[in-house]
Design a protein around this ligand. Structure first.
Ligand code: HEM
Length: 177
């Protein structure tokens, strides 16, 4: 993106400037889609290098279980709240069939009707890997419907549902808030 912008507008920009710009765009999008307004902090340290591999290796996967998710976040000095609250980011947007096929076919912690309807519509046993499914029923609204879906075992990704298992854990209680 940095290269594309520089090419198009004949300017040099820093990753820091782009990341700050992105924070502001996110804040505005969240407000437009019905979410809360919040202050954006503009300070950030520019990196000396960038690594696609490092970024990909550090991202949690949609098939991670609860302890894998938590360890991944803890490795970046983030705690359980930092895992559960930002996961509400899945109140917006879509995921590809390939990321939740295993869940709708093999998971037990899933509403059976929900799983069957996804298998019959967007995500067949084979093919359609790129078919998209909204994370929740109001995918263009910043609201709590994503968390409500978890309470009904209708989380789209395995990793989403791992945050709520209905066993009274601390994570369960954070989702219920
Ligand atoms: C907790 C671990 C997380 C996992 C395993 C995860 C996984 C994923 C996956 C697999 C997708 C779908 C990508 C695709 O099919 O191409 C996705 C999309 C998305 N994620 Fe996450 N995510 C996580 C955390 C977060 C957090 C913390 C946020 C926001 C603060 C977030 C915001 C989003 C959004 C907005 C989309 C939709 C993108 C779109 O529709 O273009 N995710 N995530």
């Amino acid at each position: 993106m940095k290269r594309a912008l520089e090419h198009r507008y004949y300017v040099y920009t820093s990753m820091t400037a782009l990341l700050i710009y992105r924070r502001c765009c996110t804040r505005d999008s969240v407000a437009i889609l019905g979410g809360p307004d919040y202050r954006v902090l503009l300070g950030i340290r520019d990196a000396r290098t960038a690594s696609r591999d490092a970024a990909n290796n550090n991202l949690p996967a949609p098939f991670f279980n609860f302890s894998q998710l938590l360890s991944n976040f803890q490795a970046h000095e983030l705690n359980l709240k930092d895992l559960v609250a930002p996961s509400g980011g899945h109140t917006l947007g879509f995921a590809k069939c390939a990321t939740f096929r295993n869940r709708i076919n093999n998971d037990t912690n899933i509403n059976p009707k929900f799983a069957a309807s996804l298998r019959a519509s967007v995500c067949p046993a084979s093919g359609g890997d790129n078919n998209l499914q909204p994370f929740d029923a109001t995918s263009a609204r910043f609201d709590s419907v994503y968390y409500q879906a978890l309470l009904k075992k209708k989380g789209l990704l395995h990793s989403d549902q791992e945050l709520f298992k209905g066993n009274g854990s601390r994570s369960d209680r954070l989702v219920q808030r």
